[in-house]
Design a protein around this ligand. Structure first.
Ligand SMILES: [Zn+2]
Length: 343
């Protein structure tokens, strides 16, 4: 991977060094190697994974961190790349291979079409702490009409509940966190499966202020609901979350390796776009081909956003360390200990 630029070194020195705790737990990482992909399948031309050689192994993350976060120790929860080109069984094997259930944890990718036996086997055989469904695996209806319950069939959730597993959920629908059907089903899911630990990824995909304000109360009241901050660098969204969602159930996450790209998510007129400093497509992308500005990584922008939001919301040092590390460490270690005993 590229060497850290001088600008990035300066950002670390001036803005991050004195702020970051020594240990970071990244609760949302896409990790996989070549064995996890179906043979003959390829990533799209502008896929971010091409930057990393069509894989993102744990060593690549740790090497990036060695340069970019030189004083931090990274712990993480990794799962594969949820798409049709991934082999879900092989991805679970990889996640298991790199997990020690102490510092590194892993999840299985699941499709709603997988039988509950397949899901349980994928998790247990690899000593994983949960699973992650994927929107596009609901391929029997129009994307706009997909609901949370479509993504997470009853039997799979019952298994997660019985074992107290974590489920990382990227919620569907155009209105994301503000969608009334999502609002209802998010709370329903938490109530129906009280022992499953449900992590709403990307703060319910609320990347702009209007999408988050007023919409965290339902899940905030559910003791088994969590949010991860992956790819949210918006200090307003983060501040609102720190003020309105329990700080003991807020998990730092990045969406690495996407977070390693040069770019920033920006709010524009009650929408958001990814302003990109390099020519990869990650959703609503605007590529700065004319190099109007100099970028740093989404990762650093996320850390900056958390710093500013933490100051504004008045987070204590302890609360910050919980969000950056202890909350996820406690959650995932607990699941591993309950299911797999003393390692
Ligand atoms: Zn992700």
């Amino acid at each position: 991977m590229d060497n850290l630029s001088e600008t990035d070194m300066r950002i670390y020195e001036e803005e991050l060094r004195g702020f970051l705790p020594r240990k970071l737990f990244d609760a949302h990482v896409h990790l996989f190697d070549g064995t996890c992909l179906k043979s003959g399948k390829q990533f799209a031309e502008k896929s971010v994974y091409r930057k990393f050689g069509c894989e993102f192994r744990i060593e690549q993350y740790l090497e990036w961190a060695r340069q970019s976060l030189p004083e931090q120790e990274i712990h993480l929860n990794g799962f594969g790349q949820p798409s049709f080109i991934s082999d879900l069984d092989a991805s679970a094997v990889y996640s298991g291979r790199i997990s020690d259930n102490r510092r590194f944890f892993g999840m299985a990718l699941v499709s709603p079409k997988d039988t509950v036996e397949d899901v349980v086997r994928r998790v247990e055989a690899n000593r994983l702490i949960g699973y992650k469904p994927y929107l596009n695996f609901v391929d029997w209806k129009d994307k706009r009409d997909i609901t949370i319950h479509d993504m997470l069939p009853e039997e799979q959730m019952a298994a997660a509940d019985a074992k107290g597993l974590a489920v990382v959920l990227h919620i569907p629908r155009d209105e994301r966190l503000a969608d009334p059907i999502n609002q209802e089903q998010m709370v329903e899911l938490c109530h129906r499966y009280p022992k499953a630990q449900i992590i709403f990824a990307h703060i319910g995909r609320a990347y702009y202020l209007k999408n988050v304000i007023g919409f965290l109360d339902g899940i905030a009241a559910c003791p088994n609901a969590y949010v991860d901050t992956a790819m949210v660098n918006h200090e307003g969204v983060l501040e609102y979350t720190f003020r309105n969602f329990p700080r003991g159930r807020t998990l730092f996450g990045t969406d690495a390796p996407i977070a390693m790209l040069l770019g920033k998510s920006v709010e524009i007129n009650n929408q958001y776009a990814y302003l990109m400093g390099e020519d990869y497509a990650i959703g609503s992308t605007i590529y700065d081909a004319g190099q109007a500005v100099r970028f740093t990584s989404f990762y650093y922008e996320q850390l900056r956003g958390i710093k500013l939001a933490a100051q504004r919301a008045g987070l204590s040092r302890d609360e910050l360390e919980n969000i950056f590390f202890n909350n996820a460490d406690k959650l995932f270690r607990g699941i591993a200990e309950r299911n797999y005993g003393d390692q």
